[in-house]
Design a protein around this ligand. Structure first.
Ligand code: GDP
Length: 434
């Protein structure tokens, strides 16, 4: 997805603009702890074009001084975004901070759009001309509180999206990424995975500016490890900013088939891990849970089982994900990642035969009749798998409203019992038969 970042100094209206563009489509899906709840990143859409929106104002950078904060937020935007919306406001006119940010943006070669906010009524209209002096081109007058000018602004935003599509790999190449907090060992594990015995086909730089994909062969299978952008490029201040690392993880997840969530055996599971996994699940990606630094832990014969139970209770919504324990440092069990990777990929791309699927659904319906719900009783006429990555099933029914989520979950479980979908989410869609 194209990334659009909003920058500008505090109080110029960034978060109001963010909320207006995102609208109320920030969804909370049942008990999945999704990143979608975060008001700093959200997916948005204009004229059928989807993009990811970031409010850089929400990324706090320690207790750096005011101007330093703004500069670093602008730097993040320059690094991450395809299009930057630079927000100023007509009430304050052009400020020194605006000029500083403008200079940074100007040099960046990014697509920059200048928005002048708080143009609440026509009497301010002429005041926007002074903003030409920022050297960023034509200012667009908006009022975030009144919702004025957003059509023009968003037209301009989607106009500037890059043409070039992302690199495309063959369908049977297993693309995976490693996600997790800073210092859990993602880089070490990447290096361990790419250990000597693997044939590295190529480092594919510049796929998305700062990502480096590495394609390699193991036995007869081809894999691409998608670098959680910048993972190998360390040392910047904001690298350690958790909210910032979330964004990088999301980009990697979007491009991957399988997300390996790396946990640190020393530190256990925290909210960050849940949110990032929640996102991978919602995005319909296969998931593997990997507990790294297993060498450090004092173990007895119950330790692994206890960890498994703890992980399952934290990640109830991904019961399908295999769990692997290893050490990137000693390389112990690093090879044991390949079995679940292949398994998850096979299942992620699995197609089941329509007649077998319909037998499974008929049996499920017979075993546990559909309840009456919202004034009607669900009838399922026919089921078919419409796609893979992830496996997606359409159930033709009398009325989709009669499909209660608990019944849907029951059907999903029946499908999982009959076919191997370990490692992958599956999607069920109820559709009215015409
Ligand atoms: P990243 O930020 O997730 O990429 O983490 P790094 O790969 O940079 O690792 C952070 C630190 O943890 C480094 O000092 C590594 O040497 C150390 N580390 C990584 N994996 C392991 C492991 O399996 N065991 C131990 N003991 N240390 C590890």
């Amino acid at each position: 997805l194209p990334v659009v970042a909003i920058v500008g100094r505090p109080n110029c209206g960034k978060s109001t603009i963010f909320n207006r563009i995102v609208g109320e489509r920030v969804s909370i899906v049942e008990d999945t702890p999704g990143v979608t709840r975060d008001r700093i990143y959200s997916n948005a859409e204009w004229l059928g074009k989807e993009f990811r929106l970031i409010d850089t104002g929400g990324i706090e950078i320690g207790d750096a001084p005011f101007l330093q904060q703004i500069k670093e937020q602008a730097e993040i935007a320059i690094e991450e975004a395809d299009v930057i919306v630079f927000v100023t406001n007509v009430r304050d006119g052009v400020t020194i901070e605006d000029e500083t940010v403008a200079k940074m943006l100007y040099k960046s070669n990014k697509e920059i759009i200048l928005a002048v906010n708080k143009v609440d009524d026509i009497s301010f209209k002429n005041d926007i001309y002074e903003f030409y002096s920022l050297g960023i081109g034509e200012p667009i007058a908006i009022s975030s509180t009144h919702g004025i000018g957003f059509g023009d602004l968003l037209d301009e935003v989607v106009n500037r999206f890059p043409e070039k599509p992302d690199i495309v790999y063959d369908e049977d190449v297993v693309k995976f990424c490693l996600i997790g907090r800073p210092n859990v060992g993602k880089s070490s594990l990447t290096n361990a995975i790419l250990g000597e015995e693997r044939v590295i086909v190529s480092d594919i730089a510049g796929t998305t500016r700062d990502a480096i994909d590495t394609k390699f062969k193991k036995d007869d299978d081809e894999f691409v490890v998608i670098d959680t952008a910048g993972m190998r490029k360390k040392g910047k201040v904001y690298e350690k900013t958790e909210k910032y690392s979330v964004l990088r993880a999301l980009k990697a997840i979007d491009r991957a088939d399988i997300a390996i969530i790396v946990l640190n055996a020393e530190e256990g599971i925290i909210e960050y891990d849940k949110r990032i996994v929640g996102y991978a699940h919602e995005a319909g990606k296969a998931i593997i849970i990997c507990v790294n630094k297993w060498d450090i832990i004092e173990k007895d014969n119950k330790t692994m089982k206890e960890w498994q139970e703890r992980i399952r209770s934290h990640f109830k919504f991904i019961e399908y994900a295999p769990i692997v324990f290893l050490s990137a440092l000693t390389k112990r069990r690093v090879n044991s990642l390949f079995e679940p990777l292949k398994l998850a990929f096979n299942n992620y791309t699995r197609r089941v035969k329509t007649h077998v699927l319909n037998d499974v659904i008929s049996d499920a319906l017979a075993m546990n009749p559909t309840p009456t719900h919202e004034g009607g009783k669900l009838r399922v006429y026919y089921t078919t798998q419409v796609s893979v990555k992830p496996p997606t099933f359409v159930l033709f029914v009398n009325n989709p409203k009669f499909m209660h989520f608990s019944y849907e979950r029951y059907l999903e479980n029946q499908i999982r019992k009959s076919f191997d979908f370990e490692g992958t989410p599956i999607k069920l869609i109820a559709r009215a038969r015409d």
